[in-house]
Design a protein around this ligand. Structure first.
Ligand code: NDP
Length: 296
């Protein structure tokens, strides 16, 4: 059997189109332009790429994008002062601080300084608590994108066995909460999990968020399971020429796609959905801030 490829790139384009529609209605009917502020501290090359992409896509859907690039030595006090300024700026509906921050900055402190209503990454402790208790919150973008693809593919997820490999605060844990919210039976696996292959083999849904290239081989996947590969790993690709690299996920795609019922590719799966969900969260934050109905 050959798995259905879940096309995250196409799905993300659809989400962006919907977001653009909401943005233009907000402008025309209410004179409001959603605004997204992205804060980058330092010069991490991957972070620079992400930030540029977020700003560009925000503008493409008609939002205002405010980029704040601070140098790597920025003090905590200066960063907190900027966040305070953005919290109080009515033109800014979403604030995102690109992680990781340089080591001298306390990420938890910084993230928790963001107004939870503007925390479009969903990492503020209030949003984490709201999500965990099933209340209205800002949902972290990567797991939200994964959930949207799963719902789109399956309709209802109720009763399915879901295994999330990875327990980070930004992917694994919120992913597990969302799957639980959709009535899956959820297992969270991590580096101390005993007999990981057996655990993964029980899953109707596997979400791999580990950060190890092709760690999940095809023979860990139950026949017909749906595989969501969050991992983004750059590996050497001598076949493309000297010094060349390519991106792979946490799942061995070519073997897994012979067994799985559906699978997301890397690149072109979860990655594009993450930014699309960031834009969707910004529209949601803008509607909430203005007492307007949220897009569904
Ligand atoms: P973290 O490093 O924060 O977490 C990795 C998790 O994997 C940890 O919980 C760790 O367990 C677990 N783990 C590590 N080794 C093993 C192992 N051998 N067996 C089982 N579990 C293991 O990573 P993130 O959650 O931030 O990211 C995961 C991956 O997703 C990365 O490749 C990242 O680049 C990618 N990513 C992609 C995004 C996208 O937009 N597509 C967005 C965010 C991340 P333990 O806790 O025990 O150490």
């Amino acid at each position: 059997m050959t798995a259905t490829i879940i096309d995250g790139k196409a799905f993300a384009a659809k989400v962006r189109e919907q977001v653009a529609g909401h943005v233009s209605r907000l402008k025309e009917e209410h004179g409001i332009t959603p605004g997204l502020a992205v804060v980058l501290v330092g010069e991490d090359p991957a972070s620079q790429v992400y930030v540029r992409s977020k700003g560009k896509q925000a503008v493409e859907v008609g939002m205002n994008s405010y980029e704040h690039k601070l140098d790597a030595e920025t003090s905590e006090a200066d960063l907190l002062a900027l966040i305070d300024q953005l919290n109080n700026d009515p033109a800014v509906h979403g604030i995102l601080v690109q992680l990781p921050l340089p080591a001298h900055l306390d990420s938890d402190l910084v993230i928790n300084a963001i107004d939870p209503a503007k925390d479009v990454d969903g990492f503020h402790i209030s949003n984490v608590g709201l999500l965990g208790t099933g209340q209205k919150s800002m949902v972290p973008c990567t797991p939200l994108g994964c959930l949207m693809m799963l719902r789109d593919h399956h309709g209802s997820l109720s009763g399915m066995n879901a295994v999330v490999v990875g327990r980070s605060n930004i992917v694994g844990k919120p992913m597990a909460q969302l799957l639980l919210g959709d009535s899956c039976t959820v297992t969270i696996a991590h580096s101390r999990t005993k007999d990981l292959p057996e655990v993964v083999r029980r899953a109707d849904i596997v979400v791999a968020a580990v950060g190890r290239p092709e760690m999940v081989p095809g023979d860990w996947i139950k026949e017909g399971a749906t595989v969501i590969d969050v991992g983004i790993n750059r590996i050497d690709a001598p076949e493309k020429g000297e010094g060349k690299t390519r991106l792979v996920g946490d799942v061995a795609f070519s073997d897994a796609s012979k067994v799985a019922g559906a699978i997301t590719p890397v690149p072109g799966g979860v990655g594009p959905m993450t930014i699309a969900c960031l834009l969707a969260n910004t529209v949601t934050a803008c509607c909430r801030a203005n007492g307007l109905p949220e897009p569904t």
